[in-house]
Design a protein around this ligand. Structure first.
Ligand SMILES: [Zn+2]
Ligand SMILES: [Zn+2]
Length: 429
């Protein structure tokens, strides 16, 4: 009994000696070793592009113009007209500022880069697909069929992944971004899948705010000029003159941009696709937009009210020792690209069918449905999306809409999520 007690004491005494020493080793978060050219603040909570000078100009312009309006115009307008004017102005101002900061400070939908192991695995798969002659065709592309439309997936040599549909590499931020719209220096961030709706809300509300301030400052000057003459009214309120000038020169571009993005949203296009002229606006044409729901209202709802996907880069997660430096995705969602472990069987298509994908972190994610698009499953007639394939996930299964080759709204989000999770399996590379 006594011996037993002694042994317990010796065990206890050794453990606390080691524990505090281990706790002292500083843990690094993933944002600290993030491979893209981004800036992080507040321990990784805020993420922006590297160059943020124009963003601060945007912020100063909005704050200064609104500051002048609330200081010099609102007291007069509230007295002479109604106190509702400063209230509406205040609400609009807060909405503009909130949507701007949400756009600027968030992850636009950056796709994690492949780890060295995953990149090597993908290289091997490409080698096998191209034969063992050592010759690699320069453009590394895959083709997927989305609603009857063939879409090319390009290989990103920087991120070492096949980009999902609609993703593009931002050269300024050096990241592949999901549903890449454009890089906006005014908001100091890329505009992509995760912040597009906030960007749209920002420019739309800013249009209203600019028109609102412009109209009421003019009203203020007119009311003043009735009392003391036009020139003396201008002399008495130089701040109002400055506001009118700023609003007059900015309103055209802001309203024009809002109109352009309203058109893009209604047709479910990105700026990137529109500039490249990827899709024709008419559905009957050969290059119709496969992402459009064919209905303006549904397109708008999908862009503004659809579920917001989680960030894939897990920038505040801790780096585990012995794990490759590129951050594994958040929430157990695997990385995009056939580089991930689920697709390590890509070499043999029949093998893929027989064997379940190897266990990985993704097995914890309840919503991940593994089903690869194999040549056997390729639709016939061409373009039809097979039920259960990554391109045709739908709660309705073989719904008539899917069979007819139309876009199934319910399937679009899961379609994109699945493609991001690297479930695109093709017969050829
Ligand atoms: Zn890339
Ligand atoms: Zn960017």
């Amino acid at each position: 009994m006594r011996e037993c007690e002694y042994s317990q004491i010796s065990t206890r005494s050794s453990t606390p000696m080691e524990t505090p020493y281990k706790k002292r080793t500083p843990k690094k978060r993933k944002w600290q070793l993030f491979p893209g050219r981004n800036k992080f603040y507040c321990d990784g909570r805020i993420m922006m592009a590297k160059q943020t000078g124009v963003f601060y100009l945007t912020l100063v312009l909005i704050l200064a113009t609104c500051g002048l309006f609330f200081t010099f115009d609102c007291p007069f307008l509230a007295l002479q007209l109604t106190p509702v004017i400063p209230v509406i102005g205040g609400v609009l101002f807060l909405f503009v500022l909130g949507s701007l900061l949400r756009t600027s400070f968030s992850d636009p939908g950056v796709l994690p880069r492949a780890t060295p192991d995953e990149a090597a695995d993908l290289e091997r798969q490409i080698d096998v697909a191209n034969g063992t002659t050592g010759y690699r065709p320069p453009p590394r592309t895959k083709e997927v069929v989305i609603n009857g439309q063939t879409v090319k997936l390009k290989y990103c040599f920087t991120c070492k992944i096949f980009r999902p549909p609609r993703a593009s590499h931002c050269s300024l931020c050096d990241n592949c971004v999901e549903r890449f719209d454009h890089h906006c220096p005014w908001v100091g961030n890329c505009v992509g899948r995760r912040n597009y709706r906030f960007f749209y809300m920002f420019i739309l509300s800013l249009s209203f705010l600019t028109i609102f301030i412009f109209s009421f400052v003019i009203t203020h000057i007119i009311l003043e000029s009735h009392r003391s003459g036009f020139l003396s009214a201008l002399k008495e309120s130089p701040a109002s003159v400055l506001e009118v000038v700023v609003c007059f020169f900015s309103v055209w571009s802001i309203v024009g941009l809002s109109g352009f993005h309203t058109y893009l949203i209604s047709s479910n296009q990105t700026t990137n696709e529109d500039i490249k002229g990827s899709w024709s606006s008419k559905r009957g044409k050969d290059n119709y937009n496969p992402y459009s729901y064919g209905n303006i209202v549904t397109n708008c709802c999908a862009a503004l009210c659809g579920p917001l996907p989680p960030s894939l880069i897990d920038r505040r997660g801790f780096i585990q020792s012995g794990v490759p430096q590129i951050a594994p995705p958040a929430n157990g969602i695997p990385m995009y690209g056939s580089t991930q472990s689920q697709q390590s069987h890509m070499v043999s298509e029949s093998e893929n069918e027989r064997q379940p994908p190897p266990l990985s972190s993704s097995s914890k994610a309840p919503m991940v449905h593994h089903h690869f698009l194999t040549p056997e499953e390729m639709p016939s007639p061409p373009g039809m999306l097979p039920c259960g394939s990554p391109m045709g996930h739908s709660p309705m299964g073989h719904s008539p809409t899917v069979q007819a080759g139309f876009y199934n709204p319910a399937s679009q989000d899961s379609l994109h999520e699945d493609s991001v999770r690297g479930l695109v399996k093709l017969s050829s590379v």
